[in-house]
Design a protein around this ligand. Structure first.
Ligand SMILES: Cc1cc2nc3c(=O)[nH]c(=O)nc-3n(C[C@H](O)[C@H](O)[C@H](O)COP(=O)(O)OP(=O)(O)OC[C@H]3O[C@@H](n4cnc5c(N)ncnc54)[C@H](O)[C@@H]3O)c2cc1C
Length: 433
């Protein structure tokens, strides 16, 4: 066992929300430890290949980290700004290096330590306070004492070790996705093809601009089996099913994007599969089937999409795309009514307008409900059970539907930033007392 180390804040999970929290904590002179089980940072943004950031925030609350991330990614040519002014088109692989750079920048004044390939083994509590955690890295145990702890694991593993309660307000589950990237695609040729097949700017659009996209063409397009819209690409997917290359379920959700700083690469936000996170046996079977679906989709696009003839599989996500997992019981549970009624909140964590977005496995059951600007209170990020534990990102204390709006990356980053400032405020007040 290593010698006891002391911090102001320990953040468990160095993904989307955890990195934002660590950066702002360290910048605010809090002695911070970030614990990550992978050998890289970024979580779903890197290991999950989840690109691009969805446009979400309409106001500038707690966006300092996000802006800094965009600025740093630009230096590495790992970012483009799309035609809708969304500057969150990142390269998921280079982002790992961008995050290392950002989180070791001079402005953090050595306030931040990062432990990779490390997990929490044990939590020691007294009444409703966590005192110490025992971390595990390469067979070594590391005892850590801290004033505040933040669960940014996405899964709630740390909150579970702390004995926290979770929300069980719905039998519905969002579908998972196993994302992947194909390389060696002739994107110029493909863009010509989709512009002819689908000129609907709402579903398919392309963009090339000297300043924003480094003069490379970028695009997005999609198709689903839902009948609420006309999906121009569906006729190709149906043909793939008829020809025995695809299964009908492969038509359920198909979405692709070009990738910043990776000419010839296309990122797939599919295949989707059932969310059996409460049944590891079914879950594992689904995951294996998802990989088979990737192979079907790969064969399909090579055969039917102009520009994909020489495509190769270059990356299958190492982190499964689980949209909704375990939401933690917090001091305030944010609800759909709060969103719809635009609940007024002083000092909000974020102000956003990303819609309620539920990916269902059943035809015509998915939901994309437009919202007006809504604000999130900080109490939805503070554990109801443990006084010095905050939860951020996918763990936010919100009902099932509201969670589907809040989970997008920019909102998760704002949550991390807001909690860093909350902890700073608490420790500063405590010192004064
Ligand atoms: C399939 C899919 C598609 C999506 N599409 C989009 C999109 O297009 N745009 C968008 O903006 N949002 C999208 N989202 C939502 C968004 O990507 C996620 O909700 C968000 O990234 C979650 O951030 P997080 O910090 O909660 O979790 P993560 O980013 O997953 O970070 C969690 C981190 O914790 C680490 N960890 C876990 N357990 C431990 C442990 N015990 N000890 C140490 N570390 C641990 C993990 O390795 C990981 O690095 C999508 C999500 C999914 C699943």
């Amino acid at each position: 066992m290593l010698k006891l180390a002391k911090y102001d804040v320990v953040i468990v999970g160095g993904g989307t929300s955890g990195c934002a929290c660590a950066y702002i904590c360290a910048k605010n002179n809090l002695k911070t430890l970030l614990v990550e089980k992978n050998n890289f940072l970024g979580g779903l943004m890197t290991g999950g290949l989840v690109v691009p950031v969805m446009k979400s925030s309409v106001k500038n609350y707690n966006c300092e980290y996000y802006d800094k991330l965009v600025e740093t990614a630009k230096k590495y040519k790992a970012q483009v700004t799309y035609k809708d002014l969304n500057d969150g088109w990142f390269n998921p692989e280079i982002l790992k290096i961008v995050l290392d750079d950002l989180l070791s920048s001079e402005e953090l004044k050595n306030n931040l330590d990062i432990l990779y390939e490390t997990e929490v083994l044990e939590v020691k509590k007294q009444n409703k306070f966590i005192n110490t955690v025992i971390l595990k890295s390469n067979l070594l145990s590391i005892p850590i004492e801290a004033k505040y702890f933040v669960d940014a694991t996405g899964s709630g593993e740390f909150s579970q070790l702390c004995g926290c309660n979770f929300l069980h307000d719905s039998n519905l589950k969002q579908q998972n996705s196993l994302r992947f990237i194909l390389g060696n695609v002739d994107i110029d040729k493909f863009c010509e093809f989709i512009k002819q097949v689908d000129s609907d700017e709402n579903i398919t659009n392309t963009y090339r601009n000297d300043r924003d996209t480094m003069n490379e063409i970028h695009f997005t397009t999609a198709s689903t089996w839902d009948t609420s819209k006309y999906w121009a690409l569906d006729k190709y997917l149906k043909k793939g099913v008829q020809d025995g290359i695809l299964l009908d379920c492969d038509r359920s959700y198909f979405q692709i994007f070009s990738v910043a700083g990776a000419k010839g690469e296309v990122a797939f936000n599919c295949p989707r599969f059932a969310n059996y996170i409460d049944n590891p046996f079914k879950y594992s079977l689904e995951l294996k089937n998802a990989r088979m679906a990737i192979y079907r989709l790969y064969r399909f696009v090579k055969k039917y999409f102009v520009g994909f003839e020489n495509a190769i599989i270059v990356n299958i996500a190492v982190q499964t795309g689980i949209r909704e997992q375990n939401r933690v019981k917090t001091k305030y549970i944010y609800t759909k009514n709060d969103i719809l009624n635009q609940k007024e909140i002083k000092n909000p964590v974020l102000e956003a307008n990303y819609p309620i977005d539920i990916h269902s496995g059943e035809k015509n059951k998915s939901v994309l409900l437009k919202t007006v600007d809504y604000k999130l209170p900080v109490e939805s990020l503070i554990s109801a059970d443990i006084e010095n534990l905050c939860v951020i990102g996918k763990l936010v204390g919100a009902d099932f539907e509201t969670h589907s709006a809040l989970r997008v990356q920019k909102s998760c980053m704002s949550m991390g930033e807001a909690i860093a400032k909350y902890i700073k405020g608490k420790l500063f007040t405590d010192t004064e007392v």
